[in-house]
Design a protein around this ligand. Structure first.
Ligand code: NAP
Length: 446
């Protein structure tokens, strides 16, 4: 892959990239099937991604007609990197076996190793015979909705397809590698005012937040809405705050430290709640929730913004869901895409039905939503939230930072890119958007 890297860095045209022979193997981060029981008996916290994530050479798979090989310059850590690495809630090899039973091309994915990673930025180096719009030399970001369009149910909203998957989590050949295999309908044009790593960190979290808040498939936020955002400087939250501000809403950001509160204020979020300082105890023990604590939280929200939230942006799950349902405004919506602290959630249904609230589920984004979210990045309206950067060899450490909640925004991973800051092709537009805004998370972390 070094030949591709050198040619890309030298600005070689697509025809030249197409002539470089493909290697037989490439460097990738993966988990191993024979290690799926590595952490059995341990608590989630004791399961350390540094022990299960390996970086080594793996074989280059064959390319299906509707796919492209992408030379990956940079990628990012997502929380699904952590789930894969700690084999929770299930080892991902079951997903690969199921995909392997689906078709001949699907069989390629069912391997004793799983190359993970659901974000990438790089350059197309080969396009399959059925690919129409993408060619070698195209500079791209990859979104992770893996869907083939053969299911009629996916034609209103691709997330409704029965075989919808998340690339690099429920498929093999993900983005934490020097090369990736992606479907043509996962490709988006790279925002050219950003470096490889700034462009690489957005697609998964940015598109998810877009669907949750902006899309009619999510909460369809309107001007003036008060939006409570859990983990407001985290992977999802850092984009959610920006969407609320851009759309004329009023964010209330919940974070767990004074430094994160400061970052939120720098982002323009004036209403901030530091949950560590407040010390909420929504659960008195493993089985009982305390309504008085929900009420105290609700009072704190009213204090910082003056009213109850129209929308609650929910993803911590078990620890917070009861409080989220309680504090939502009469007629409000709790939009949820995850359950980091546990998926068996509990809330008081009386507060839901008597006050006509609703819970809306959301999962990643369809191609159109990912395209719109990427368009907003390309227009400089949404900024990347890259806060730290690791080389691919240190992917285990990078995933540990996210697992143990030691990070802010997104952690980038350099794959073929030899250094930070490369790949900016439109410096004039970068200057117009503003270096300060683009690098806000990166600067505050250092
Ligand atoms: P992240 O970068 O770790 O950010 C999550 C934030 O949530 C943390 O920074 C933390 O912020 C807060 N948090 C964590 N545990 C909490 C708790 N018990 N109570 C209150 N706040 C808590 O992760 P992310 O990328 O935003 O992802 C969050 C979750 O969404 C993960 O479970 C991930 O797998 C899921 N996800 C789902 C989709 C989808 O398509 N369905 C897409 C992306 C992510 P503070 O400590 O500052 O409060």
């Amino acid at each position: 892959m070094e030949a591709f890297r050198d040619a890309i860095l030298a600005g070689a045209p697509g025809e030249e990239l197409a002539r470089i022979p493909l290697p037989e193997s490439y460097r990738a981060a993966f988990v191993r099937k024979d290690e799926a029981g590595l952490f059995s008996g341990l608590s989630s916290r004791e399961k350390d991604p540094r022990a299960s994530l390996h970086v080594d050479q793996v074989a280059v798979p064959e390319l299906a007609p509707d796919e492209c090989y992408v030379a990956v310059m940079a990628s990012s850590i997502n929380f699904n990197t952590v789930w894969s690495a700690i084999f929770e809630p299930l080892p991902t090899f079951g997903f690969l076996e199921r995909l392997g039973r689906e078709s001949e091309w699907g069989m390629r994915h069912d391997l004793p190793y799983h190359v993970i990673g659901s974000d990438a930025c790089g350059v197309v180096i080969r396009a399959g015979s059925a690919v129409r719009d993408w060619r070698p030399g195209d500079r791209v970001v990859v979104h992770c909705n893996y869907v083939d369009g053969q299911d009629p149910r996916s034609h209103d909203d691709a997330m409704m397809g029965a075989n919808q998957r998340i690339w690099g989590f429920e498929t093999n050949f993900g983005g934490l590698a020097d090369l990736s295999v992606v479907r043509a309908n996962q490709l988006l044009a790279k925002p050219e005012h950003l470096s490889w790593e700034e462009a690489a960190v957005n697609a998964l979290c940015n598109s998810t937040s877009y669907r949750m808040l902006v899309s009619r498939n999510g909460a369809a936020m309107k001007q003036g809405d008060v939006v409570l955002i859990w983990g407001a400087t985290g992977g999802l939250g850092g984009y959610a705050v920006q969407y609320v501000l851009n759309g004329g809403g009023m964010p209330v950001g919940v974070v767990s430290s004074a430094s994160k509160a400061k970052l939120l204020e720098a982002l323009g979020c004036e209403a901030v709640i530091d949950r560590s300082e407040k010390g909420y105890r929504f659960w008195t023990d493993g089985h009982t929730q305390d309504e008085a604590e929900w009420r105290r939280f609700g009072k704190d929200i009213r204090e910082v913004i003056g009213e109850d939230p129209d929308i609650v942006f929910e993803h911590p799950g078990r620890q917070t869901m009861g409080a989220s349902v309680f504090v939502a405004k009469r007629g409000g919506v709790v939009v949820t895409c995850a359950a980091t602290s546990g998926y068996m959630v509990e809330y008081d249904n009386r507060h839901l039905w008597m006050k006509l609230k609703s819970i809306k589920s959301s999962h990643f984004a369809n191609y159109r939503e990912a395209f719109e979210a990427n368009r907003l990045i390309r227009l400089g309206k949404i900024q990347p939230t890259l806060s730290a950067l690791y080389p691919l060899e240190e992917v285990g450490e990078a995933a540990a930072q996210v697992h143990y909640n030691l990070h802010e925004g997104k952690i980038g991973v350099l794959c073929l890119a030899p250094a930070e800051g490369l790949g900016v092709a439109d410096p004039q537009f970068r200057a117009k958007v503003g270096e300060d805004r683009i690098t806000m998370f990166r600067r505050l972390d250092s």
